[in-house]
Design a protein around this ligand. Structure first.
Ligand code: ATP
Ligand code: MG
Length: 696
């Protein structure tokens, strides 16, 4: 194709200097390497460091089986995990403490929506996350709570167990029983973690709702799961701003007759009005016993319901159960991050998202390490917050979103410079496709080219990481912005417009998973039919991800965005992420979103919404330069009809760009935006609409 051989060269062709160069190899034997489409941006080649190279010892329960069968490499074990799926999962399940062993590894029929793992087995998730570590050393640090104002509180496993038991007894007092739903509407804090684990202790189902969601969104979720109890705080402070949680709960529960008790934690001095069903949480906890025997639960008893981010429409109440979920979360964390005992895991996501459930709470605690509870925002009080937190807490593994990364990158390197980041070992990403610029900044500036970057692909529905660069075998490549390798037991397949593509045939299409795995969702809460319809009916026997994907000739998987974001321009299939990637490589661009709209001639036309870095105003050259960049790094047909500079992009509260809304704006359909309950701030649409209307 006409593509320049590196993004840096494309950049040079339009005569702009970049802050740093992507063409600098980081390992001596680097050769630029194409991935994805032939015309896609090539990139440099990073290798799996020796220390991270896969060894069967990373899967303790499986080590003996590996020895017996002579399995040594990632590739050996991956193949084995598919061919002997039951034996693989049965062995790995030894990492959990069981009250009673399971008799059947799996009983699944995806065609019928039946998913069951470790049947007959009995266990308690909170016991796996707490008691067994307390037995070893009650003083081991479980939580490092980084509050809104910089400063940290340490909580040991012993203390967390005590709080959990007190909370469990408090819930019992409020007549919460096994199978009842409890809504947790709290910021990322020890109280929230204790609430989740208390539910797990007594077999109640928790629904964590991101603290700060509007009262309508909260009401909808409470009504959907029929919660009996809400646990909240009088108010919370995030990014220096107060959010009146209790008031929002009051508005929500007016229409929720199932709610019998609201527990209120007094987080600040602010007094509020109290209704009959309100209980002061601290008083209740003080009065409760610090001992609570863990309920013996079935592997398939429900653990939690969590609503998806709502990037594409109405959120779905995804149901996860006990054993399979916990095992999958714990195992993926252990091997994808190459976890070692005593390490500090810094997943800075909010507990209101699946990333927070799996990698802030359940996996780190099941693995007995120290986990960070980050209650603030990346930019508060300054854009160096993440880096000062890494330094102070000596974080070993950092796990953040591309959005957060882009929002920090736009403020430049100066905020990173004065921080000691030498504790870092692995850099993780999750949530959206990451553009090259951000990936490279992460690798070069944050990791100092020492730390592998793991771009992990997964969903609320998958329970844990499903495709990631690690584990891989030593010296295997890691490509920027590519999730690459399926986790053990995960069988991804790509389907183009007609059929499933052969492995290694370098084709683009929709990503499916061809068999069940322990961490997958068990249903949509209260809607059996929607479960099968949404995920299992498109290709019977397969789980539909809804994401676009390329499987390269080498058998690596690259997620190209949502299926709806793959478009057809003048007969060319094009992922909007590719165009965004080219735009974002401009030094003055902070981030961008590209969407399609119906076009008379081309079938579909493109509109690009572009946000500039802090101290830059648009001038007449900018749009021309951007067009040049796109032309040289992809092709002329990929140049958008309209390039609009906007002050910000519409995002969900979990930080994902809501392209759906931009698509409507690009079609001048501004009357009905559908369900916008997960939008960060409804007021931000107006300036975008204004900017768009000036162009047309
Ligand atoms: P909804 O399903 O309600 O529209 P959502 O899909 O954004 O919301 P989540 O489950 O939080 O809700 O996000 C999962 C999605 O995030 C994936 O389907 C994928 O589109 C995107 N994603 C996650 N990780 C990656 C990644 N590493 N690379 C590319 N995309 C990713
Ligand atoms: Mg989704």
């Amino acid at each position: 194709g006409k593509a320049a051989s590196t993004p840096a060269k494309a950049y040079a062709k339009v005569g702009i200097e970049r802050e740093y160069s992507t063409s600098t190899p980081c390992f001596a034997n680097d050769k630029p390497k194409h991935y994805g489409k032939k015309e896609g941006a090539p990139c440099r080649n990073v290798r799996v460091p020796e220390e991270y190279g896969f060894k069967p010892g990373m899967l303790p329960g499986f080590e003996n089986v590996a020895r017996e069968h002579g399995l040594k490499t990632y590739k050996d074990v991956y193949r084995f995990s598919l061919e002997h799926n039951d034996l693989f999962w049965e062995s790995c399940a030894k990492m959990l403490n069981w009250k009673e062993p399971f008799h059947t590894v799996q009983d699944c029929d995806l065609k019928k929506g039946k998913v069951g793992w470790f049947l007959g087995g009995k266990l308690n998730v909170s016991e796996n996350c707490l008691d067994r570590h307390v037995a070893e050393d009650p003083n081991k640090i479980a939580l490092l709570w980084e509050k809104d104002e910089p400063g940290t509180v340490q909580i040991s496993y012993g203390q967390l167990l005590e709080w959990t038991c007190k909370m469990a007894n408090t819930l019992k007092q409020a007549r919460v029983q096994k199978g009842d739903c409890v809504c947790v509407y709290l910021p990322t804090s020890p109280m929230a973690v204790a609430s989740m684990l208390a539910c797990a202790r007594i077999g109640a189902i928790h629904t964590v709702v991101f603290a700060g969601f509007s009262s309508e969104s909260l009401r909808d979720r409470i009504q959907n799961c029929k919660a009996k109890v809400v646990i909240t705080a009088n108010e919370m402070i995030r990014g220096g701003k107060s959010i009146p949680l209790k008031q929002l709960v009051d508005d929500a529960v007016k229409d929720c007759p199932t709610v019998k008790t609201v527990f209120v934690e007094q987080r600040t001095k602010k007094e509020g009005r109290y209704a009959k069903h309100d209980v002061a949480l601290t008083d209740a906890l003080d009065a409760a016993s610090a001992e609570c025997a863990p309920e013996v639960l079935d592997s398939e008893d429900p653990l939690f319901v969590l609503y998806t981010s709502g990037s594409t429409g109405k959120p779905k109440g995804v149901l996860h159960t006990q054993a399979g979920y916990l095992l999958y979360a714990a195992l993926t964390q252990k091997v994808v991050f190459n976890l070692k005992p005593g390490e500090v895991f810094g997943c800075l996501a909010d507990i209101g998202w699946i990333t927070g459930h799996s990698y802030v709470v359940y996996a780190p605690l099941a693995n007995g390490i120290t986990t960070v509870l980050f209650e603030s925002t990346p930019n508060y009080p300054s854009p160096s917050r993440y880096w000062s937190t890494v330094e102070r807490l000596k974080i070993n593994h950092l796990y953040i979103s591309p959005t957060a990364l882009r929002s920090l990158l736009r403020h430049g390197k100066s905020h990173v410079k004065n921080h000691d980041l030498s504790s870092l070992r692995t850099l993780g990403l999750v949530g959206e496709p990451v553009n090259h610029e951000a990936w490279e900044w992460y690798y070069d500036v944050i990791g100092q080219r020492r730390c592998p970057v793991v771009d992990t692909w997964w969903q609320t529905e998958t329970g844990g990481i499903s495709i990631a660069p690690l584990p891989g075998d030593s010296a295997d490549p890691i490509y920027p912005g590519m999730a690459m390798r399926p986790f053990f037991g995960i069988e991804p397949v790509v389907k183009n417009s007609e059929a499933f593509a052969d492995h290694g045939s370098d084709q683009a299409g929709v990503l499916y998973v061809a068999r069940p795995w322990p961490g997958m969702l068990r249903g949509i809460y209260g809607d059996e039919e929607r479960f099968v319809e949404t995920y299992l009916s498109e290709k019977p026997g397969c789980y539909t991800t809804g994401d676009g994907c390329v499987e390269t000739a080498d058998g690596y998987f690259k997620i190209t965005g949502r299926v709806d974001d793959v478009i057809n321009v003048s007969g060319h299939r094009l992922g909007t992420a590719e165009v965004e990637n080219a735009i974002d490589s401009h030094g003055k661009v902070a981030e961008s979103a590209v969407v399609s709209f119906p076009h008379l001639v081309k079938g579909e036309g493109l509109a690009a919404f572009v946000v500039l870095t802090d101290d830059y105003e648009a001038d007449e050259h900018l749009v021309k330069d951007l067009k040049g960049l796109i032309k040289h790094s992809i092709a002329s047909y990929a140049i958008p009809e309209e390039i609009v500079i906007v002050p910000h992009l519409p995002k969900t509260r979990s930080g994902k760009i809501m392209r759906r809304l931009l698509k409507l704006i690009a079609q001048n359909k501004n009357e009905d935006f559908g369900d916008t309950s997960t939008l960060q701030d409804p007021d931000i649409l107006k300036p975008i609409i204004d900017a768009w209307s000036k162009t047309t």
